[in-house]
Design a protein around this ligand. Structure first.
Ligand code: ADP
Ligand code: MG
Length: 402
């Protein structure tokens, strides 16, 4: 992959595909975690300092509707993100109210060397995510007219075959941005000869999201700790009662196959031994600690219990490489965040390469007030890093390679 340092960007209009897909507060619409904007700053600053005219393409959320107008009326606008970017850069950032329309053309033409502008949410253009190659290609051609060069730095979107990620780089001289280079080099260290023991912690809500990656990790990791919502399906597969906890009953056979594979390959699977069981899913729900051997039928699991927290910490203590994806409890409710906090602290204490992947996991770490540098790397791309570890080819990386 060519890097930005190998592109002559001075005086050129650079279309930068960034990942600015930040979580927004459902009621106020405010940005609740600007980590992805901050992670994009190095390449934006570098391009601007080298005299490029920087035009940023990015998506936000999943707007619905058949046309640009319908999506723009209901979907999240990138205007608020442009505002935060301007604060973080300490200089004005122009905003275009469309992606390839009149306003985008006007903003692109008005840029001076070193200026930065953000285009409206690329997913307001239905063709951005079209399955049809020709439709996506036509949109990419209109995007290409706005710039001279392309820099791909939206790691969180590289697993998507989308116009601005996959089709556009083929139309312009291109390079990979600093964030993508950093993300890929860390993931390579996990897959090519990781230092051992290599311990993986997986949580989050559903095993169906993560069985693909577990299967591939069985060939890489020495030990896999499974917590959070997905652990109930593993516990159920072993015959335990899980009450009203999250359960994907249809995944039980696949989970059993994972357990058998792990045993055959000598990979240790560690499951919770006790849980915090709440009366219902609410921040102030009544809750008790129970052993997994005696889970009450009328309660639901919302966090790892104290013995599980100690067990997971002990299983992480000797690790030389760690990959952690997914909270082990409903960390959004402070009463049920202790398990995830314990995992975060144990991972931070590891003497070796520690990688945190996943939007919610990163948000959890920040909500505990832990500095980003407590970890070796916090990935900005949950789905992208999981697909990389699954061994899949990522369209956005392939597009930057040739
Ligand atoms: P990431 O974004 O880090 O990849 P996921 O999206 O897979 O993580 O999972 C995050 C979600 O999993 C959080 O919203 C959290 O509340 C939920 N979760 C974790 N443990 C539980 C549990 N025991 N019960 C219900 N939800 C859970
Ligand atoms: Mg998530």
């Amino acid at each position: 992959m060519r890097t930005v340092d190998e592109l002559d960007v001075a005086g050129q209009r650079v279309l930068l595909r960034a990942d600015l897909n930040v979580p927004l507060d459902k009621s106020t619409g405010e940005i609740t975690d600007d980590g992805r904007i901050r992670a994009s700053l190095p390449v934006i600053r570098k391009l601007s300092e080298r005299g490029a005219k920087v035009l940023i393409l990015a998506h936000l959320g999943r707007p619905k509707g058949d046309t640009f107008a319908e999506r723009a009326a209901g979907g999240p606008s990138l205007r608020i993100v442009a505002g935060r970017l301007s604060e973080l850069l300490g200089k004005p950032v122009a905003f275009a109210a469309d992606v390839v329309g009149e306003d985008a053309g006007r903003v692109s033409q008005a840029l001076n060397d070193g200026d930065v502008a953000v285009l409206e949410n690329v997913r307001f253009e239905p063709a951005e995510t079209a399955k049809d190659d020709a439709e996506r290609r036509a949109l990419a051609e209109r995007m290409a007219r706005l710039g001279d060069l392309y820099v791909g730095d939206g790691f969180g979107a590289v697993h998507r075959k989308h116009a601005s990620v996959y089709d556009l780089p083929a139309l312009l001289p291109h390079a990979a941005g600093d964030l993508i280079v950093a993300e890929v080099s860390v993931l390579k260290r996990l897959t090519d000869n990781p230092e051992r023991p290599f311990v993986v912690v997986l949580g989050g809500s559903k095993p169906s999201d993560k069985l693909g990656v577990i299967n591939n990790l069985l060939g890489l990791a020495d030990r896999i700790l499974i917590g959070g919502g997905m652990s109930y399906t593993f516990l159920a597969a072993q015959g335990y009662e899980v009450g009203n906890s999250l359960l994907e009953a249809d995944q039980i056979p696949a989970v059993q196959a994972v357990l058998e594979q792990a045993a055959a390959r000598g990979v240790e699977i560690v499951l919770p031994v006790d849980l915090v069981a709440a009366s219902h899913y609410a921040p102030d729900a009544d809750h008790i600690v129970v052993s997994v051997k005696s889970f009450p039928a009328e309660r639901e699991g919302v966090d790892a219990g104290p013995e599980t927290r100690e067990l997971f910490a002990a299983k992480l203590a000797d690790a030389k490489t760690v990959f952690w994806n997914g909270p082990v409890g409903v960390f959004e409710f402070p009463a049920f965040s202790a398990g995830t906090r314990a995992v975060a602290e144990a991972v931070a204490g590891v003497d070796g390469l520690t990688v945190v992947g996943g939007g919610d996991s990163a948000a959890a770490v920040r909500s505990f007030g832990m500095p980003d540098d407590a970890f070796g790397h916090i990935s900005t791309g949950g789905g992208a890093s999981l697909e990389y570890l699954e061994g899949k080819t990522l369209p956005g990386l392939t597009a930057l390679e040739d």
